[in-house]
Design a protein. Structure first.
Length: 600
């Protein structure tokens, strides 16, 4: 609106607005003055004056929400980030802090501030399904924000602040309902998954009607500048111009920018990136201890029997890896517990035709299980728990191993609670409370690897290791994160002479994943797994190898390839890549501006 038009609008508005002045207070004061009283107590006057003074807003740029957060003391970089988004970015921003610096806290501060100022009411928060509960809990407990987890269709319209998974929101019949609503603020976690314009997720977010928008991601760009362009266009269409002009003005190659100062200035208007190396945050150390274990003769006999069975099936399939890949799981289960492999073998036996020669071979393995009376790993776990004498989280990949450990610890008078994917949200919360306040041990399956915060615990035992390094890092990230005050101790159990020994060697010695930052690990894996996943590659390698020495040689080659990719990524992160160097400098300069409404 032009200044002249604004004046005309105000004049027309004044002609229709009637103003009344309340003067009763003056008449009462005048009468008291004539009678010289009665006067109120001076102490009450001072209290009223102090209350009024406390409610004053001394600066427009000052965060009002900080006085309304009794359960949270945000860090300096989080407060500064919130201020930049509010005053310089007008409520539309990419929060691109490195992993572990508290992007969720920053988003909560921004959301709370807009609520206090009366600028928003209807809010949609889209996150991975495994993080819905965590977001609701943090908004409720730390910020006093009445967020709810979406469960039923009517909740979209009925509740003002809804947390839901992206997959649920974009799926019918929810999609039509959500697109029919208008949101004051949209928050999207793990927003790097929107980098491809052709995906249904990108198109869904693009269609949503939203006034303010926050996109949270630690990796706003990995392999292509177009990913960054897509994210920013989703946030603020036109910020980087059209696709053709963007390519002409800012791109030499898909990963090589030009006119970097100009591009960085544009990015700084919509993106904030805090880094660990800036020195604002100190993380505790990771202390990794690998514990090799020798299987008992009975357990070793079962492992050898299962290995021969798997190799035999591979040869019978004529070397067709796809038909027997799933059988490698049997070997991994034996390394975990007899209970895990027993359930799988029994299910295989039931599904196999009665006339098949496989049935007696499967039953022979079941009979071998009967001779096993102890669990080597469980005995070591008991020894470690007593040595640690503090809270411990144990991770296992198998539900049967979890059940075995729960009973084993109970028999040895150790209080332990389970955490797994099949539990509803209420029960998961209950298990967390029990672990925090009463139980010494939490035994979690892979569902515990993401979506929960366990900073009050700093001891972790990997009863069995996943083959995917990212899943290992997700486990560690439950305890080694912002707010952890102790050094984190990680105990990795592995059985010698089995595939577990090879996997631990790959993860710890060849990949050095326990020293990697998760953002770096994510980037390395994405490049490494262009053709096939690491897990599939490992399974094929183990099946096709004719001896233990051959497995070791191939794992050495695999580790060498991984090291090369890692070296490339590290060089880029340290400045070898102009793109990563420019991204790491983003967020230090913010355009001047104020808090105002943004049109969808």
């Amino acid at each position: 609106m032009q200044p002249t038009d604004r004046k005309v609008h105000l004049r027309q508005l004044n002609e229709h607005v009637q103003v009344h002045f309340e003067r009763d207070w003056f008449e009462e004061l005048h009468e008291r003055a004539l009678r010289n009283g009665p006067w109120d107590d001076f102490t009450m006057f001072k209290l009223a004056h102090e209350a009024e003074h406390a409610g004053l807003i001394h600066s427009f740029d000052e965060l009002q929400c900080l006085t309304h957060l009794p359960n949270l003391v945000p860090m300096d970089h989080q407060v500064e980030t919130a201020k930049k988004v509010l005053t310089g970015m007008r409520g539309r921003a990419i929060l691109a802090d490195e992993v572990g610096l508290g992007k969720t806290i920053e988003a909560g501060l921004i959301l709370k501030e807009y609520m206090i100022r009366g600028l928003i009411r209807k809010v949609l928060i889209l996150v991975p399904a495994s993080l819905v509960l965590q977001w609701v809990r943090e908004l409720n407990q730390k910020f006093g924000i009445p967020a709810v987890a979406q469960k039923k269709e009517y909740m979209w319209a009925q509740n003002d602040i809804v947390v839901a998974s992206m997959d649920t929101a974009k799926r019918d019949p929810h999609r039509e309902i959500v697109l029919g609503l208008e949101y004051d603020m949209l928050i999207v976690d793990e927003a790097h998954k929107l980098k491809n314009k052709k995906t249904t997720s990108y198109q869904f977010i693009n269609e949503l009607r939203k006034k303010y928008c926050l996109l949270l991601t630690a990796t706003p760009v990995q392999n292509d500048l177009s990913e960054l362009y897509n994210l920013i266009t989703l946030l603020k269409p036109g910020q980087l111009g059209g696709k053709t002009s963007f390519q002409a003005n800012f791109v030499v190659d898909k990963r090589i920018p030009k006119n970097e100062e100009q591009l960085q200035a544009e990015l700084s208007k919509v993106m904030i990136r805090n880094r660990r190396s800036d020195g604002n945050v100190n993380f505790t150390k990771r202390i990794v201890r690998n514990i090799p274990l020798q299987l008992s003769p009975e357990e070793q006999a079962l492992y050898d029997g299962v290995t021969n069975f798997v190799k035999g099936r591979f040869e019978e399939a004529g070397g067709d890896l796809s038909s027997v890949l799933s059988l490698v799981t049997l070997q991994r289960e034996v390394c975990s517990s007899r209970d895990a492999v027993f359930i799988t073998l029994v299910n295989m036996f039931k599904k196999t035709d009665e006339s098949s020669p496989l049935r007696p071979r499967i039953w022979e393995l079941v009979e071998l299980i009967r001779s096993i009376k102890a669990n080597t790993k469980a005995e070591k776990v008991m020894e470690l728990i007593r040595e640690i004498n503090d809270k411990v989280i144990i991770f296992t990949e198998y539900r049967a191993s979890q059940e075995y450990l729960l009973q084993y610890l109970k028999d040895h008078k150790i209080s332990a609670v389970p955490y797994r994917g099949g539990m509803n949200r209420g029960k998961k919360d209950w298990m967390m409370d029990l672990f925090r306040n009463r139980a010494q041990v939490l035994i979690a399956t892979e569902a515990g690897g993401e979506g929960i915060n366990l900073q009050f615990c700093h001891n972790m035992i990997n009863f069995d290791l996943p083959w995917n390094p990212m899943r290992v890092e997700q486990r560690i990230g439950r305890v080694h994160r912002l707010g952890q005050k102790e050094d984190v101790k990680i105990y990795n159990l592995s059985t010698t002479g089995t595939i577990e020994e090879h996997i631990l060697s790959l993860l710890h010695e060849k990949i050095n994943m326990f020293e990697l930052v998760i953002g770096e690990l994510d980037t390395i894996l994405e490049r490494f797994e262009k053709k096939t996943s690491l897990e599939s590659h490992l399974a094929k390698l183990i099946l096709a190898s004719r001896s233990q020495d051959e497995i070791r040689r191939q794992l050495d080659d695999l580790g060498h390839t991984f090291t090369q990719v890692r070296s490339e990524v590290q060089q880029e992160a340290e400045g070898g890549s102009r793109l990563h160097s420019m991204l790491n400098a983003v967020g230090q300069t913010v355009a001047d501006g104020g808090l105002e409404e943004v049109q969808p």
